[in-house]
Design a binder for this molecule. Structure first.
Ligand SMILES: Cc1ncc(C[n+]2csc(CCOP(=O)(O)OP(=O)(O)O)c2C)c(N)n1
Ligand SMILES: [Mg+2]
Length: 339
């Protein structure tokens, strides 16, 4: 895909994406399968947490699946991903193994950080996934650094740096924006606007609620994207990757999305109504949208059930492994850590 015309993006600043191009049937199936894997994985993680098999912090991605799946569909081998603590979906989308992620949640040897990192601290250099960060906004400067390294090395890899609407108010985000545009770094800033930062709504915390405009004073173009429609996400990602690979510097994508579950496993849920959650689920669910399109195109319920069965098997195996794999040996207490 050709890079967007520089003048259009720069002159008009921010633009709303139009109706997204259709997916081929193959793309619809892939999107459905990858989003379902994340959803079922997260449901299982929630169950294991309830059973006491997972301790510490755990932030579920349910509702936001289209963002990471649509973005990933536009990436190529070598592109890098970095995010905050709501990170299980990003890891699965990067093709990290469900077993290794689940075993990290339960603190077992076979986990990606050998059971010592937990939900927020997992990495896979092989899959170009750079974490998993518990400090709100910290990954934004790190993701900009990944882009700097790619620029310095002269390769055409792009750094996809995810953060939330709350993180978008952190100071280091704007220091990063300045450097990224100044040095034309190939980084896509994906702001996952799920309307809340813990219990604080965007309207209570943000002076500029159009996050696609957050780079305006640095001349970084931005787009507002329907983050519940995987096709819209993929189209925006195609544009942004072409822009970055074309040497034009960074781009901001505000993904308008929603989390169905609480902020973390302990959430009083007093900051929004049940009706609000139900309405988004009913009207905009990213998985249902693809299922409905496939059914309308003549695909049978049976075929869709087969995908669900395949995904459930992966998740059940992961959960089984995560509960039976041994914990790290006591002799490892002081290895791989700062002290
Ligand atoms: C520097 C810092 N400040 C505060 C916190 C506590 N905290 C954890 S998550 C969070 C909300 C962030 O919300 P958002 O960026 O919208 O991401 P979301 O949880 O919605 O994915 C806060 C304030 C933290 N971890 N780090
Ligand atoms: Mg948020």
């Amino acid at each position: 895909m050709a890079a967007p015309k520089k003048s259009v993006a720069k002159e008009s600043g921010q633009e709303k994406a139009g109706s997204p191009p259709e997916f081929s049937k193959e793309q619809e199936f892939k999107a459905l399968r990858d989003m379902l894997l994340i959803r079922r994985f997260e449901e299982k993680a929630g169950q294991l947490y309830g059973m006491g098999a997972i301790g510490g912090f755990c932030h579920l991605y349910i509702g936001q699946e289209a963002v990471v799946v649509g973005m990933q569909m536009a990436l190529k081998q070598g592109d890098e991903v970095i995010t905050g603590y709501r990170d299980h979906g990003h890891m699965l989308a990067c093709d990290m193994e469900a077993k290794g992620v689940m075993a990290e949640l339960t603190g077992r040897r076979g986990g990606y950080s050998r059971g010592k990192g937990g939900s927020m601290h997992m990495f896979s250099k092989e899959k170009h996934f750079y974490g998993g960060h518990g400090i709100v906004g910290a990954q934004v400067s790190l993701g900009t650094g990944l882009a700097f390294a790619n620029h310095y090395r002269g390769n055409d890899n792009v750094s996809v740096t995810y953060f939330g609407d709350g993180a978008a108010n952190q100071g280091q985000v704007y220091e990063s924006f300045n450097m990224a545009e100044l040095w034309k770094l190939p980084v896509i800033y994906v702001i996952e606007n799920n309307r809340y930062a813990m219990g604080t709504s965007v309207s209570r915390a943000s002076a500029q609620q159009d996050f696609s405009k957050r780079g305006a004073s640095f001349n970084i173009p931005g787009r507002q994207v329907d983050g519940m429609d995987v096709r819209a996400v993929k189209a925006a990602a195609d544009e942004a990757t072409a822009w970055c690979r074309g040497g034009n510097g960074p781009m901001i994508l505000e993904m308008q999305t929603y989390r169905y579950r609480g902020h973390s496993m302990s959430d009083p849920a007093k900051y929004r109504t049940r009706e609000e959650v139900e309405k988004v689920r009913h009207d905009q669910d990213p998985i249902e949208q693809v299922r409905n399109r496939l059914l309308a195109s003549g695909v049978s319920e049976q075929d869709l059930k087969a995908i669900d069965a395949e995904v459930r098997e992966i998740v059940n195996e992961a959960a089984d492994f995560a509960q039976h794999d041994p914990e790290p040996d006591a002799s490892e207490l002081y290895t791989d850590i700062y002290r």
